[in-house]
Structures are given as structure tokens and as C-alpha cells.
Design a protein around this ligand. Structure first.
Ligand code: ATR
Length: 279
């Protein structure tokens, strides 16, 4: 059996071990997947030890995604753009870093929710690690435009600068508008609004005016459970279609599993099982 794990701090809440156990059962892959609480100052050592003890790869969560990108010996373009990795693959040639968060949200929006991104107007709320992890994959879908809106405008500006070349390659209009700019122009509305902020964890209100929503907007929170509720309630109360990030969680796991094992797990089945379990 090949060992994998999710490394984080905290990590007790992580659903990844359950998801990967189901993937392993359903695909018949000899995979074992544990939870690893890694000391805040000990990430690099932990990764090295796990690989030496036969680990084949790992997922990485808060607060180690940036360090994971740094310590890898090779990295995908997505990781280079985001500066963050959530998946490491160990092999004789070293440690390869991938970021499957963006692939996960795109798969959940387009496949599971059945909402097309291509040609659409997208608003991305937030400019931290979660937003950075998704932006490259969203651009690859070739929406008409993506607006990044963040409380700290300078971070949104830096994030779009990082992705400017990619956006022009894919002919995506990419800009940064802060909350005031969105409020000042109520014609600024979007087909897809993605919440990648931690505002609900902070107990704060949704960092956007309701005028960004129209009647068929998909309002998507990258979080799930109580942390997503405030945003989902806000979206529903303004008539938008609300969706939490549980599907993103399962789909990013499926992308990691496929990368490690070369086998695509039945993610839709596992998503409906997990949703039933959490209800
Ligand atoms: P993550 O990895 O989850 O993205 P992060 O990098 O700390 O975590 O980013 C948190 C995001 O939530 C940022 O976009 C942050 O805005 P700032 O860049 O201005 O800090 C946003 N955020 C956190 N608390 C917020 C609040 N109360 N209102 C609005 N945005 C908030």
C-alpha cells in the first residue's frame, strides 16, 4: 500500500482522508491516506521524512502552500503563477508541485453545476492564497472578463499583474476593481461571483454590493459548511444561484488522485456521498 497524507496545521477538520479513502476503495488502488499535523516551523523536514519513509505524495493545506511551492524541485506553470501548491508528488527525480485547487473549482462549476465559464463575466472576491490558486485555471477557461476585487486593492493589482501575460494569451480582460468602484457602477454585474475571501470566517459582511448579482448569477463560495453560509444566504436572498465549495474540495482531491495514480476516481459519486454525510 502506498502512503499519502494531507499536511496542515490545523488539519483535524480535513475531509481529505475520507475522500481519498473512498477514491481508493472505488478504484481499487492500494492507497493509504492519513492526516498529518505538521509543526509550524517543521514543514520541510516533515516532507523529507515522509518521502524517505516511503511516502508517494501529499496534499498541503494552510499554512504551508507557499512553502510547498518553494521546496519542490519542479513545479507546474499553475504553481509558478499562484506561488502556491496543494499537491506534491515524490519520485526518484525529486519533488514535483502541482496546484489542483483551480482545476477543482473549474470542474465543479462547469461539470457538476453545469455552468459555462467560457465567454462569461467573472468576479473573483479576494486576492489571497485561495484566489491566487484559482485565477490561472479560471483564465484558461477563457471567460470574457475577470474582475478581481479585494479589500486591500494593492494585492488585487499585484495578482492581476502576475497573470497579465496569461490573460492576454487567452484573450481575457483582467482588471481589479475595489468595492467602492463596484458600488459606484451598478451596471457592473457578473455571471459568476466567486468568494475566495476569509470575510465570513471573520464574521464580516460579504465584501461586495448586491448589484454585482443578476438573476442567473452563480454565486460560489470556496468554503463549505458554516463558513460559507453567510455568503450563500446573501446570494440566495438576492435571487442568485448559490453553491458552496464542497464540490471544489472533492474535485481538487480527484485531480490530485489522478496525478498520483493515473486513474480518475468517480468524483461525482463521492461528492454526493459526502454531501449526504455532512447533512
Ligand atoms: P487564503 O489562503 O484563504 O486566501 P489569505 O491569503 O489570508 O487566506 O487571504 C484572505 C483573503 O480574505 C484576502 O483576500 C483578504 O483580504 P485582504 O487582502 O484585504 O486582507 C480577505 N479578507 C479577510 N478578512 C476579510 C474581511 N473581513 N473583509 C473582506 N475581506 C477579507
Amino acid at each position: 500500500t502506498d502512503p499519502y497524507c494531507v499536511m496542515g496545521n490545523p488539519v483535524a477538520h480535513s475531509r481529505s482522508p475520507w475522500i481519498h479513502a473512498r477514491f481508493a476503495e472505488l478504484t481499487g488502488q492500494p492507497v493509504r491516506y492519513d492526516r498529518a499535523l505538521v509543526p509550524l516551523d517543521g514543514f520541510a523536514d516533515f516532507v523529507r521524512d515522509f518521502a524517505e519513509q516511503g511516502g508517494k505524495g501529499c496534499n498541503v493545506t494552510v499554512p504551508f502552500k507557499l512553502q510547498a511551492a518553494e521546496l519542490a524541485t519542479s513545479a507546474s506553470e499553475r504553481v509558478r503563477l499562484a506561488g502556491a501548491a496543494n499537491t506534491l508528488v515524490f519520485s526518484a527525480s525529486g519533488i514535483h508541485a502541482e496546484n489542483t485547487d483551480g482545476l477543482g473549482i473549474v470542474a465543479d462549476i462547469t461539470r457538476n453545476a453545469g455552468v459555462q465559464i467560457a465567454g462569461r463575466d467573472v468576479l473573483l472576491l479576494g486576492a489571497g492564497g485561495a484566489a491566487a490558486g484559482a485565477l490561472g485555471s479560471l483564465i484558461e477557461q477563457q471567460p470574457r472578463r475577470i474582475v478581481v476585487s479585494n479589500r486591500t486593492q494593492a494585492k488585487a493589482v499585484a495578482l492581476i499583474a502576475q497573470h497579465a501575460a496569461m490573460a492576454s494569451l487567452h484573450k481575457v480582460e483582467l482588471s481589479a476593481l475595489d468595492r467602492q468602484a463596484l458600488e459606484a457602477d451598478p451596471t457592473q454585474n457578473f455571471d459568476i461571483v466567486i468568494n475566495a475571501t476569509a470575510s465570513s470566517l471573520a464574521g464580516a459582511e460579504v465584501p461586495a454590493p448586491a448589484s454585482v448579482l443578476h438573476a442567473r448569477t452563480l454565486a460560489y463560495d470556496m468554503m463549505y459548511g458554516p463558513a460559507a453560509q453567510n455568503f450563500l444566504d446573501w446570494a440566495s436572498s438576492h435571487g442568485a444561484l448559490a453553491r458552496d465549495g464542497l464540490g471544489m474540495l472533492v474535485e481538487q482531491a480527484a485531480e490530485s488522485f489522478a496525478l498520483w495514480r493515473g486513474v480518475r476516481p468517480p468524483s461525482i459519486q463521492v461528492l454526493s456521498e459526502l454531501r449526504a454525510l455532512l447533512q
